[in-house]
Ligand binder design. Structure first.
Ligand SMILES: [Zn+2]
Length: 477
């Protein structure tokens, strides 16, 4: 069913297929990886600036109003009046990395796919949106509210693009962000990253001496390795035997003796902090082994406290475990640790559902760990949530369902998408359900068929949203 006369627009989008593929190939051929600034209008390097100029020049040629915000971001506008409808995309890409079968910056077409860095994240979706807009314009659609397609240039690093942009132009009243999954993501959990620090004195003589503990790389990654450097309690075999017993023949653990010192290494499995069940936390395993030595005083008290309060990722022992039906369960990742020379520092990454708030979490963590640690750093983002019944979500879901026939419900995730940078908008595509997640991977590609489906979905979404009256209960006639 083609509600509100989408049929001619959809047919026109289909006609653009070869042109769209060419544009995507040309965009992929601009290796828009962040590099050193190249002048005032290229704050993220010359290639990203070139990619921005490319899409803006195309837009101008097609009759849209184009504006470049000093290379931080740019936009194309169509129509007048009303509250702006925004679509946010990004033109920067992560570095290619190793192991590609296809050249990462050529846009090779093979087996119905276009390969290259940025094919799906986020140049393919950019092309889909541009041609959806062009089709609407060519079909004579006059939006009741201005459509603004915004191109950020720093999504993969620090989102400075949107920081700059929103200082120059008010953010759109509503919109969507084609930088994640279909059907759409209506709930991104809240997140808070905490740094905790403590000082400690020497442990009583006669026991194991802990020289150093180190593990993890970033708060938002489940640590895949951790190690401790120890001096045994005595030179006899008793200490070594106790340590071996604590390691319990765990294949992930290696012990190495250099002189008097013992290096204890643990291998885990990395995962995103929002999906801790997919990883194995090497720091937590290491701390459990150290606690099993039964030492007290000095750094040992801090380790014993951490083992008691953070034995896993649910937050249970910190008093923050909770879940709700919309957003799922809270997760708590012990991401990094550094202990040595009288100082200890750990970083936690907590993703929380709608049923708790940041203040409560911080209070409880400081109550539970307060006997040892003080919170010295804190960075939080509230949940990004739109009810299923909200007009924006209903309208976007209708566009998706009409085009695909799929009535999967919207998604809730623990990660954060670029939708946070747009403000009043949700992540909407381009990845169709069941497709592999190829962003940031080697041999990134987009199926040509998926590119076209995405363009048609975005065309419908623009049509419905910019027609002025957001779909209401009785909107379907
Ligand atoms: Zn992206």
């Amino acid at each position: 069913m083609d509600l509100r006369g989408f049929a001619p627009v959809g047919a026109r989008i289909d006609q653009y297929q070869e042109e769209m593929i060419r544009q995507l190939q040309e965009l992929i051929a601009i290796p828009s990886v962040k590099s050193s600034p190249a002048g005032p209008d290229a704050p993220f390097g010359p290639e990203i600036a070139k990619a921005l100029e490319y899409v803006l020049a195309w837009g101008e040629k097609e009759g849209f109003r184009a504006e470049n915000f000093s290379g931080y971001a740019g936009h194309l506008e169509y129509g007048e009046g009303g509250e702006d409808l925004g679509v946010l995309l990004h033109l920067d890409v992560v570095p290619a990395g190793e192991g590609w079968q296809y050249p990462p910056f050529q846009g090779v077409r093979a087996g119905g796919r276009i390969y290259g860095r940025g094919a799906v994240d986020n140049k393919g979706p950019a092309v889909a949106v541009l041609y959806a807009l062009k089709a609407l314009k060519e079909e004579g659609f006059r939006p009741a509210r201005k459509i603004r397609v915004i191109f950020g240039c720093d999504e993969e690093s620090s989102w400075r693009c949107m920081e700059h942009y929103s200082q120059k132009v008010p953010k759109p009243a509503l919109g969507f962000v084609p930088d994640a999954d279909f059907p759409l993501i209506n709930c991104e959990k809240g997140s808070v990253a905490l740094t905790l620090q403590a000082g400690y004195g020497p442990a009583p003589a006669g026991g194991w001496e802990l020289l150093r503990v180190a593990g993890g790389t970033r708060h938002n990654v489940v640590p895949e390795s951790a190690e401790a450097l120890l001096l045994p309690a005595d030179s006899g075999t008793g200490a070594w035997d106790r340590l071996q017993a604590a390691c319990d023949k765990d294949p992930r653990v290696t012990l190495e003796k250099t002189g008097e010192k013992i290096r204890l290494q643990v291998k885990g499995k990395a995962a995103h902090a929002s999906l801790p069940h997919l990883g194995e936390n090497a720091i937590i395993r290491l701390l459990a082994i150290l606690a099993a030595l039964g030492e007290r005083g000095g750094p040992w008290d801090l380790i014993n406290l951490l083992v008691k309060k953070i034995p896993g990722y649910t937050g249970e022992e910190l008093g923050i475990a909770c879940q709700d039906l919309i957003s799922g369960a809270l997760t708590c990742n012990l991401g990094t640790i550094a202990i040595g020379d009288g100082e200890a520092r750990v970083e936690l990454d907590i993703r929380y559902p709608l049923c708790i708030d940041e203040e409560t979490i911080v209070q409880r963590v400081s109550t539970e760990l307060g006997s040892g640690f003080a919170i010295t750093g804190r960075y939080g983002l509230p949940p990004h949530y739109f009810p299923v019944e909200s007009p924006l979500v209903k309208t976007l879901l209708a566009a998706y369902q009409e085009e695909t026939g799929d009535s999967s419900p919207p998604l809730a995730i623990g990660g954060r998408t670029y939708a946070t940078a747009l403000g009043n908008g949700v992540a909407f595509g381009p990845n169709l359900p069941g497709r592999p997640q190829l962003a940031h991977q080697k041999d990134e590609y987009i199926e040509v068929a998926d590119l076209m489906v995405a363009a048609r979905i975005y065309g419908r979404a623009l049509l419905y949203l910019a027609a002025g009256d957001l779909r209401k209960e009785d909107g379907e006639k």
